[in-house]
Design a protein around this ligand. Structure first.
Ligand code: SAM
Length: 215
């Protein structure tokens, strides 16, 4: 993967800028994180393609555009404490780690969490911690968070995640049925929460207490 920087730059121009994500810090992070290190070796040739890819156990690494779009919706400036629910490959966490002060990411499947932990350490990203558990309940011991990103589809917004936002904090997540969701962005205000309903998306299900439960 000697030419990965060229592929990452092309990915940013053709898939992300072309679709209207212009946050310069987000674009730079997507250029600098080697996405091929987060996909199974047999799929490395497609790491920069305009698609989600399987990472084992029925899970996926999200499409680059979706990673960029959801990240941009958080409007990170660099001093935030962030929670990601659904670590998966660790790619989204690596992007967040370049844009925020402190990142916590939680994954329910221990072997995915371990692989992600190793990849993030190999890249020298020291401001990200991988936790194992049910992220639909958030991470109460470490709350509050300035931003929360959920990378799996919830039937409804989990109340604990709303409660674990700082005032002024933002939560971005897919909400809907098993096959079809819309991204939602929730903003915590001094009086409560404001919701925006955004693009249609298709994510794997969020399991757990405030998700779809186990099959
Ligand atoms: N952000 C990931 C990446 O960059 O590769 C992609 C996430 S993948 C679409 C969704 C992940 O959410 C899966 O790894 C799945 O095991 C995890 N997941 C589902 N329900 C969860 C829960 N309640 N708590 C933590 N992780 C969960």
């Amino acid at each position: 993967m000697e030419d990965w920087r060229r592929l990452a730059d092309q990915m940013v121009r053709e898939q992300i800028l072309a679709r209207g994500v212009h946050d310069a810090r987000v674009l730079q992070a997507l250029r600098e994180v080697p996405r091929h290190r987060f996909v199974p070796p047999a799929l490395r040739g497609r790491a920069y393609a305009d698609a989600p890819l399987p990472i084992g156990s029925g899970q996926t690494i999200s499409q680059p555009y979706i990673v960029a779009y959801m990240t941009a919706l958080l409007g990170l400036r660099g001093d935030e404490k962030v929670l990601e629910v659904g670590t998966g490959s660790g790619y989204q966490a690596a992007i967040l780690a370049r844009l925020a002060r402190e990142v916590h990411t939680i994954e329910r499947l221990p072997h995915l969490a371990e692989q992600a932990r190793q990849r993030l350490a190999d890249l020298g990203l020291r401001n990200v911690t991988v936790h194992v558990g049910d992220g639909s309940q958030g991470l109460p011991a470490l709350a509050p968070f300035d931003a929360i990103l959920v990378a799996a589809a919830a039937p409804a917004v989990p109340q604990p995640l709303l409660e674990q936002l700082t005032v002024g904090g933002k939560l971005v997540l897919p909400v809907g049925s098993r096959g079809f969701q819309r991204l939602e962005r929730w903003l915590r205000t001094p009086k409560g929460w404001e919701r925006e309903v955004l693009e249609p998306v298709a994510f794997v299900p969020l399991r757990g207490e405030h998700g779809w439960g186990e099959d």
